[in-house]
Structures are given as structure tokens and as C-alpha cells.
Ligand binder design. Structure first.
Ligand code: LHQ
Length: 258
């Protein structure tokens, strides 16, 4: 089925999901939420890395505020449960690595959508805005989960209360994102990063995600146990054999992702 609000490409194991409502800075309406969810599920089946990015000058301006959000019959909680949560789960539970390539402003749920990805790479001109309190809301779409864990309680609270844009370079300094890249190098850079992951040991990447993403809710003994289980599985992968063989033969590995 053709998409109306995202574009989807798959090339050499790299799926690119581009939010494509540039006239409204890729604000999230119901169709876009459903199409991001569907595209992520599709990519999880057929890609070895998934990139989320935005068309035009913004990454995503969050909830589409022209979607009747103040209508008395619109229950924001239901919208979050029924449409945002499946979309976020499709991103953070994706079995292959995910990259948010944040090309411009990421505001409200758009900022937190980016934070749901494994790796956030931003153009230097991009910024992250916890805009919610400007319109009388609290950070949703996982903001109150990711922010304190990534940037600490003080910065999370300040960002949520004052809603000031956090420029990409500061987001790196805070530990909110992986890297900020000069605008003119941004496109080539995230593509190279994505290619690296698409050509990498996919079984190990899945294990890394499982171990790191769940580590906040486990104690040390459980985490060590999980590492042992996952390493057992990685040790049985073809990619592990190839990685060791390539090392001993002093050549780059050719990982097949199994
Ligand atoms: C937009 C939007 C937008 C519609 C720009 N909607 N048109 C979840 C569950 C359910 C409901 C409630 O909320 C949530 C979670 C949330 O995400 S709440 C937070 C929603 N997002 C915001 O509050 C951010 C709103 N946007 C902005 O503050 C600014 O647009 C930013 C800072 C992102 C960019 O500013 P500028 O670069 O100055 O661009 P602009 O404001 O001129 O926007 C360009 C166009 O995009 C403009 O339309 P126009 O026809 O005048 O060219 C805006 O109306 C439209 N647009 N954001 N969220």
C-alpha cells in the first residue's frame, strides 16, 4: 500500500523512513502516526538498520495541533495509548538498530520520537524542544522516561519547565544524543553510519539492544545472567565466526547478519 505521509526506501539493508509533511514541519497527524508504525514494522522484517528522518527543514514538530486536539470529545490519553504507544514501541522494540537522523527542529512528541531511536544523530542547526508546557501539557511520548535517564533529573526538569530549545551541540554535551554534525556533512554522515550498521553483525546488535535497553530494570546478577545467555547465542552466530576469522586473517569482516 502506498504511503501518504512517509516515504520509505530500502537499499542494501538500509531502510529510510522519511516523515513527509514538510508544510507543517512533519507534525504528527493520525495518518502519519499509523504510517510510521507500519513502516517500522515493515523495516524490522526486511532491513538491517532503520533510519528515521524528516523531509524539509524540520525533523518533526510533534502532535499536529490542527487535528482537533482541544475538541471536548478528543481524549488525549486515548490518542497516546492507541496511536502514540504502538508507534513508539515499533521504534524502541525494533530488533535491528534504529537511527534518528534529526535534520532540523524536533519539538514536543517529535523530540521524544527521536529519543526512542537507538542512536540520534543531529545536524548542528537542529534543536530539541520539550515544547509541551508552552501549551499546557507535560512531556509525553516517552519524554519523562528518556530524559531523566539520559540527561539527569536537573536538566530534564529544566527542559520540561522552561521549554527552551536545546541546540544539537548541547544535546550531545548533555548525553541526550550521540552526535551533532555540521549541516553540510549531515546527510553523507548519517548515511555512512547507517551503512556501517547495515553491514555489521546483526545478531550481536540485537543482543546489545536487548541487554542495554532493559538494564535499568534489572539488578547486576540478572544482567550478568542475561549477558551470558545472549553471548551464548552470539557465539553460535556465523558472524562471530567470520569476525574472529577476519581478525586472524588481518582482513575486514564480511558479516551476513546471521
Ligand atoms: C504546525 C505544527 C504543529 C500543526 C508547526 N501542528 N502545524 C500528544 C497527544 C495528543 C495531543 C497533544 O499533544 C501530544 C504531544 C505533543 O507533541 S504536544 C506539542 C505539539 N508541538 C508543539 O507545540 C510545537 C508547535 N510548533 C512550534 O512551536 C514551532 O512550529 C517550531 C518551534 C517547531 C518551529 O518554529 P518555526 O521554525 O518558527 O516554524 P513555524 O512555527 O512558522 O511553523 C511552520 C508551519 O508549520 C506553520 O504553518 P504556516 O501555514 O504558518 O506556514 C505552522 O503552523 C506549522 N506547524 N508545528 N505541531
Amino acid at each position: 500500500m502506498p504511503y501518504q505521509t512517509v516515504s520509505y526506501t530500502l537499499e542494501a539493508g538500509m531502510a529510510v523512513v522519511t516523515l513527509n509533511r514538510p508544510d507543517v514541519l512533519n507534525a504528527l497527524n493520525s495518518t502519519l502516526r499509523a504510517e510510521i508504525t507500519a513502516a517500522m514494522h515493515r523495516a524490522a522484517e526486511e532491513a538491517r538498520v532503520v533510519v528515521l528522518t524528516g523531509a524539509g527543514r524540520a525533523f518533526c514538530a510533534g502532535q499536529d495541533l490542527s487535528e482537533g486536539v482541544t475538541d471536548p470529545e478528543m481524549d488525549l490519553g486515548a490518542v497516546l495509548r492507541d496511536e502514540y504507544e504502538p508507534m513508539l514501541a515499533a521504534i524502541y522494540s525494533c530488533p535491528v538498530p534504529t537511527i534518528a537522523a534529526v535534520n532540523g527542529v524536533a519539538a514536543g512528541a517529535g523530540a521524544n520520537l527521536a529519543l526512542a531511536a537507538d542512536v540520534v544523530i543531529a545536524a548542528e542547526s537542529a534543536s530539541f524542544v520539550q515544547a509541551f508546557a508552552r501549551i499546557g501539557l507535560l512531556p509525553d511520548a516517552g519524554g519523562t522516561f528518556w530524559l531523566p535517564r539520559q540527561v539527569g533529573a536537573a536538566r530534564a526538569m529544566g527542559a520540561a519547565l522552561f521549554t527552551e530549545p536545546v541546540p544539537a551541540a548541547r544535546a550531545v554535551e548533555w548525553g541526550m544524543i550521540w552526535e551533532a554534525v555540521p549541516d553540510d556533512a549531515f546527510d553523507a554522515h548519517w548515511r555512512a553510519r547507517a551503512r556501517h550498521l547495515a553491514n555489521g553483525p546483526t545478531v550481536a546488535y540485537r543482543a546489545i539492544k536487548t541487554a542495554l535497553r532493559g538494564s535499568w530494570s534489572r539488578d547486576l546478577a540478572a544482567q550478568l545472567d542475561l549477558e551470558a545467555d545472549l553471548q551464548g547465542a552470539c557465539g553460535a552466530s556465523e558472524d562471530f565466526r567470520e569476525g574472529v576469522t577476519a581478525f586472524l586473517e588481518k582482513r575486514p569482516p564480511r558479516y551476513q547478519g546471521r
